[in-house]
Design a protein around this ligand. Sequence first.
Ligand code: FPP
Ligand code: K
Ligand code: ZN
Length: 507
Amino acid sequence: MARPSNTPSPSTRNKNIVDQAKGGEEEDEEEIVVSHIYPSFMIPDIFTGYPPVRDALVTDSSVAQDQIANECRHFVAGEDDILEYNEHGVPRLSRDKHIRFLHLALGGLPGRFVAVDASRPWFLYWAISGLTILGEDVSRYRNAVAETARSMQNDTGGFGGGCRQLSHMATSYAVVLALALVGGEEAFEVIDRKAIWRWLCRLKQPDGGFQVCLGGEEDIRGAYCAAVIIKLLNLPLDLAPESPAWTEEGDKNLLTGLGDYVRRCQTFEGGISGQPDAEAHGAYAFCALGCLSLLGHPSQVIPRYLDVPRLIAWLSSRQYAPEGGFSGRTNKLVDGCYSHWVGGCFPLIEACLSGATTGGADLAAGSLPPAPESLFSREGLIRYILCCCQDLTRKGGLRDKPGKSPDAYHSCYVLSGLSSAQHQWELVPPEEQEEEPASAGTEPATSTTRSVAAAAVADPLWVVLPYFEGVQIFDQRDRVRPIHPVYAIPHRNQQAIRNYFLAKEGF
Ligand code: FPP
Ligand code: K
Ligand code: ZN
């Protein structure tokens, strides 16, 4: 149902904000329309009104912010004519359209895509991951992905963006995840593990971090991608002598100093930057938490290296109202992809805090309080995703924000974010973990059955449940598949690839 015709049109305050932002005319008394509560919709005021606190200083950033808040409010407040809202003011997930969009993204692309040729491995991962989250069986792409991956692999280790392109940490990460998603021996056997291990050794730096390619920049993407690759492929941690981090004493390995490198990326704002002394950004917060979560039990490792309360304050500041979605950094706009990069941080933070109740989090300076029920507004994020990020006018697919075109990248990460908003992940505390069997995980797509994700006894044990609040604002049929909070693929796929390589002796 679209907005009932007897409901008020967008507010006059709405116009005021835009005028003011443009540095416009003097207003005597700003007319404040508190909210638009449509009798037939149950939409909390926070998503139908305007932010109570606004920066009085008009800048390009504040103008852009007001315009986007305004535009998103229209969709979130139940005013759009194309969206069909349920009684909570939330539209359905157009699953079939998005599935079609992502299958098409795996086919031939128009000529202008030549500009992103070096990101072909990413397109593989984004489309296949999006399809997986939507419940599609992607094993039909096994052959094609294996062949494409083979053409991108270099004898000197790792995967480039295409045939004979330089190996890069990001493209290698994307290829490994795409192979894990299609699954099966044929896909796993493409990977030259010995070569990728040697290549990672050459990228490892004496200060603990990783370069993203030989002679390239060292940043936190390198730290996260390397940790994921090492874990999924069960690579040995020993350093080859050609590593810049190798020492004669033999006291360093691939993970030595990695936590300290991540620590140096936390900024004065509390967020995480790509490299020490740069600007905090949500994508890098996810890389930091993901990386640390692979170094041991998150409840122990995360507080050892990060100021968690300051990080939580920064992460919380990323969620806006009335939009409901997340921004990537201070004074910037909401964007659907941060549903994953920022939204995906919360399960890791929650896991870190849940250890606090059991003594897992051993902070030198005092202990962390236990996590509250939820550290962000799942409802707000779900509203932003379903109201603002679906392109229903034409071909389907998910997008950054209204007015932007859908693409595979945003489709993948908007859906990943939807998945984390719809599920609750719990981590078994380290001291209880030994008693749990390292059983194969099964996924509760829509049920309330607990499932256990454990690759090996030493790996942190994640348990996933569908998340239910008092009132569920979205249709139960729109609950998407859970994905592992660290690897961003279903835990069944994560286990399959890791177990495959765990069973191998040597390379
Ligand atoms: C700013 O873009 C974006 C960044 C500074 C970082 C982007 C990095 C990632 C999305 C992923 C990195 C992670 C891996 C695993 C490779 P912008 O200025 O266009 O957007 P903004 O205004 O929202 O900050
Ligand atoms: K952006
Ligand atoms: Zn984006």
